[in-house]
Design a protein. Structure first.
Length: 243
């Protein structure tokens, strides 16, 4: 895109970027969660989100660093030559071109024209009225920094392209679809896991039935000999009281 681009083209590119990010992020995040056992997926999701937030913060720092490097390499010459072309003396133009690129970057983001502050009112009064109007107008400063700003954007976008290619290569190397519990050789271990769960459930039911049998037999003995059961209970209570 050029620096002065049309919005429909920019909107179409943003739309394609959003679709691409969704198609990349969703299956890779699902692959990470499927590879974890169910009891560890909460921790895995938290770590995934933590790494994503950390990468976003880090990418902002890298983006602005590359932008500043691109501005610093081309801004002094562009600023000095642009000021001299509008009647500013060479010494004043050279002094103004040594401003830190961070100041120019934030002035551009805020829509502020810092030319009057850079060269001073005395230098502005020495130029013609047409040059004075051009230097302090709304179009001079944006056009002056457009080439250095474009260079910084190219540096940042080149890094973004390389990072996206690395991420695509890592996604390609992760292989096909995988769920936790599948056999390493590619077989599906879901059926075996289901059989194991069914066997464990049968063992649990069998143990519960066997535990109920002694209690049932004791209840039948109490029904057959109620007097003897009463005497035995009184005897146990007396022994406990004697202790």
């Amino acid at each position: 895109l050029p620096i002065d681009f049309a919005f429909p083209t920019f909107a179409a590119i943003l739309f394609l970027m959003g679709i691409s990010m969704g198609l990349f992020a969703s299956p890779n995040r699902a692959a990470v969660m499927n590879s974890l056992p169910p009891e560890d997926r909460g921790a895995g999701g938290g770590m995934n989100q933590t790494f994503q937030n950390s990468a976003q913060v880090l990418s902002v720092g890298i983006f602005f660093t590359l932008m500043i490097l691109g501005l610093a390499s081309n801004l002094p010459h562009a600023l000095s030559s642009g000021l001299q072309a509008h009647g500013v003396s060479a010494g004043t133009a050279h002094s103004a071109s040594q401003i830190p690129p961070v100041s120019i970057l934030f002035a551009a983001f805020l829509g502020y024209n810092p030319i009057e502050h850079l060269i001073g009112q005395h230098a502005l009064s020495s130029v013609s009225a047409a040059n004075h109007a051009a230097l302090t107008g709304r179009s001079f400063f944006p056009h002056l920094i457009s080439a250095p700003f474009s260079s910084g954007l190219h540096e940042a976008f080149a890094f973004a392209i390389v990072a996206c290619l690395i991420a695509a290569a890592c996604s390609l190397m992760r292989g096909g679809k995988y769920r936790h519990g599948e056999q390493p050789g590619g077989g599906d271990g879901t059926a075996q896991a289901g059989r194991d769960r069914e066997a464990a459930a049968r063992a649990t039911r069998k143990g519960a039935v066997e535990g109920e049998q002694p209690a049932a037999s004791g209840a039948r003995r109490r029904l057959r000999d109620p007097i003897g059961s009463y005497v035995r209970s009184i005897t146990r209570k007396e022994e406990q009281h004697a202790r």
